[in-house]
Write a protein that binds this ligand. Structure first.
Ligand code: ATP
Length: 549
């Protein structure tokens, strides 16, 4: 049960929702019905009732509720498998730009985190921030050796605010799940959990710095992507210092044209970077919105903001690649099979039914020319379909699908004729051939050589011991298999069944004999009818149990 302050906050949230005409979706309003009369005290123009479409009012309400809710809306916008399209599109418009906090506070936070004065750490520190978002603020600075850097500082007190808001969101999500079937369908508790994980990760700048370092290493020889260097001695949990990059924002197409950037090459490089990150490095930048991407010299991308990165398990990678290839061959049966094999949908799913559902969704999409087909939309539709077949939510896949949508959006903005499939197909086919077949065998062999060289010296001794045991007749082989275990159970059951049937038959025969002997066996006279019944019923009981085994 929440405390008074939380209840008050819930009450104010209700007011904001009512103000934006969202009372039809306010489940908890029932709890606050007694206070409804307070609404009549408010002037009529306080309400923004139903003037705008519902999706717009939801966005406005989140903006009115403050930065944490803006962030919540942004993360929610990526769950297009759960939300109606209009709401998802509108929530994606939420701007995470909030008024900056004073530079005196930023300086104090940095000094306390680094344990030294600003003047000791930097030759110059710019008080006007470059950017200010809900979690952190970014300032530019110069190191004593002359290198230009940016300093990212986490907002003061933000951890407590988030903790309070998240516990409130959990409370409301549980209420919603309990009282509203419609809300239950949106899996509110799961959504809040996802939000909590993402936002807590973003608070830890050491984690972001480590992500940046890894990505920089992965692309150290690349002419496609540049990742700024992290200055580790000046990084703490709430402060991060990294090389300052300068380039043209990728969304500024006019400026890119003026700078003679090859837009077609750039759009294809974007796709290649994405597939390289997902399939080669298994470490992808999952916050690829245009605000985080710049273009430098030689058509090279420059990336910032490494708070959200994604990885896939080797199995997910393989299933994903196979899914894409099967999709574009329109082999829906294989797509359905892959979903069952990978257990993205339950093993009990009927492949033919699932295949039919996928076909219904995908055929209209494939009617369009290949260059107009969106991978991200395709995955999204697939997840929406799979959800009807009880697909368990795979956060890593949702993250990937969202990134893919971003990449496509970006690529098509640069080059409306970008044919994603043409760029991606050779990449996926090459990757698949490296994973299966002779090349994969050689690759795996190479990988296991170190283990073999470690185990090799022990081999003669092992062979000697085994042969010794065999000649002395002490060698036992332990062989466990699922089939054998099943067979053993089956045999045991059959034995039990036989024993019960024999006992049951014996008892019934005995009952019949006693019944037949009645009158000829004087010692039993009087007890015979009762004994006949008891034996007969017991015999029947045994037979029925034997039947049920
Ligand atoms: N290394 C850098 N060099 C130059 N500018 C940078 C650098 N890092 C960040 N910036 C600028 O600061 C802005 C905010 O940085 P960043 O995205 O890392 O912060 P954030 O708090 O995570 O914001 P959001 O989550 O809203 O994107 C960037 O959009 C970019 O303009």
């Amino acid at each position: 049960m929440p405390g008074f302050r939380q209840l008050w906050r819930i009450f104010t949230i209700q007011l904001v929702l009512i103000r934006y005409g969202l009372d039809e979706v306010v489940f908890a309003i029932h709890l606050f019905r007694p206070f409804r009369f307070l609404l009549y005290l408010l002037p009529w123009n306080w309400f923004h009732r139903k003037r705008d479409p519902r999706a717009v009012r939801i966005r406005q309400a989140l903006e009115a509720l403050g930065p944490i809710y803006v962030k919540f809306g942004q993360i929610l916008s990526t769950r297009r498998d759960l939300l109606p399209d209009d709401i998802a599109v509108e929530l994606a418009r939420l701007q995470d730009r909030v008024p900056p906090f004073p530079s005196t506070q930023a300086r104090a936070l940095i000094e306390s985190a680094l344990g030294q004065s600003i003047a000791t750490s930097f030759a110059r520190f710019e008080d006007t921030p470059l950017a200010s978002a809900s979690i952190a603020q970014v300032h530019s600075a110069t190191l004593h050796d002359g290198r230009e850097v940016v300093v990212k500082v986490v907002r003061p007190g933000i951890e407590r605010t988030i903790a309070n808001d998240v516990s409130l969101l959990y409370y409301m999500a549980r209420l919603a799940s309990r009282y509203s079937r419609e809300a239950r369908r949106l899996r509110p508790v799961e959504v809040v959990h996802e939000f909590e994980t993402t936002i807590m990760d973003e608070l830890d700048l050491l984690r972001e710095a480590a992500n940046a370092s890894q990505l920089r290493r992965n692309f150290s020889d690349s002419e496609m992507l540049y990742v700024p260097e992290v200055y580790w001695p000046l990084c703490r949990r709430n402060v991060m210092v990294m090389e300052r990059i300068s380039g043209i924002p990728v969304s500024d197409i006019e400026a890119l044209r003026r700078a003679d950037v090859d837009l077609q090459l750039l759009s294809e490089r974007g796709v290649e970077i994405f597939f390289t990150q997902v399939f080669k490095h298994n470490f992808f930048h999952a916050d690829m919105h245009p605000g985080n991407i710049f273009v430098g010299r030689d058509n090279r991308y420059l990336a910032v903001d490494f708070g959200i990165m994604g990885t896939l398990s080797p199995e997910d990678q393989r299933y994903l690649a196979e899914n894409f290839l099967a999709f574009f061959r329109r082999d829906y049966h294989r797509v359905a099979e892959l979903h069952v094999e990978s257990e993205w949908v339950p093993r009990t799913t009927r492949v033919d039914e699932f295949e039919a559902a996928i076909r219904t969704v995908c055929e209209p999409i494939f009617e369009r020319p290949l260059k107009d087909i969106s991978f991200g939309q395709l995955l999204l539709r697939l997840f929406q379909t799979a959800r009807r077949f009880d697909m368990t939510v795979q956060p890593q896949l949702v993250l990937l699908q969202k990134t893919l949508l971003n990449i496509e959006g970006l690529g098509r903005q640069l080059n409306p004729d970008l044919d994603l499939w043409r760029t991606a197909k050779p990449f996926l086919e090459r990757w698949m051939s490296e994973q299966v077949g002779a090349r994969a065998f050689v690759g795996n062999l190479k990988q296991s050589i170190p283990q073999w060289t470690e185990a090799l010296p022990e081999l003669p001794m092992l062979i000697h011991r085994t042969l010794n045991q065999a000649t002395n007749g002490h060698l036992t082989v332990q062989w466990r298999s699922e089939e054998i275990t099943k067979l053993r159970h089956e045999l045991r059951r059959a034995n039990r069944r036989n024993a019960m049937a024999i006992t049951g038959t014996g008892l019934i025969v005995s009952a019949a004999l006693i019944y037949g002997l009645d009158g000829y066996a004087p010692a039993m006279v009087g007890g015979a009818p009762l004994l006949t019944w008891v034996l007969g019923i017991a015999g029947l009981g045994f037979l029925v149990s034997a039947w049920g085994e």
